[in-house]
Design a protein. Structure first.
Length: 149
């Protein structure tokens, strides 16, 4: 059992985990790799297996709770979120194809050839043929406001 816990074994484990981290998100394997590197130092100093495992655990936990939050915040910055599907329609303009009337709960607009159910955001009637801008989406209903030409 002692032969499994040599400093070289810990070092190889740490290197392998760091390489695998490149292929996985979240900086989890790297935290375990840091723990393996710390255990490697104590194995090289001829500490017992129990001490090596203790420092492997401590190194992993400290890096997971101490280093990982900063790495995720600064190195794994998310790119600008690309809006897709109906969310991409917010801010777009459309043409009213059926009068928007809140009392009758009717109204339709056309955006890029697609016909959508619509409601006015300030409860005003918008006549057919007028141009509107989508300000929000409620399920599949476009909430629009009239654009003054």
């Amino acid at each position: 059992m002692e032969i499994l816990f040599t400093w070289e074994t810990w070092l190889y484990l740490g290197v392998i985990l760091m390489i695998l981290e490149v292929f996985t998100p979240g900086f989890v394997l790297a935290c375990i790799g840091i723990g393996a590197f710390l255990a490697s130092v104590f194995a090289a100093l001829n500490f017992s297996v129990e001490v090596q495992l203790l420092f492997f655990t401590v190194g992993t936990l400290l890096s997971f709770f101490g280093i990982r939050p900063f790495v995720l915040k600064y190195l794994y910055k998310s790119k600008k979120v690309t809006k897709t599907n109906a969310d991409s329609l917010i801010g777009r303009t459309g043409l009213v194809t059926e009068k928007i009337n809140l009392l009758e709960e009717k109204g339709r607009i056309r955006i890029d050839g697609d016909n959508w159910r619509a409601q006015s955001n300030n409860n005003v009637e918008i006549n057919t043929g007028e141009t509107v801008e989508v300000v929000a989406i409620n399920s599949t209903i476009m909430i629009v406001q009239k654009i003054n030409n």
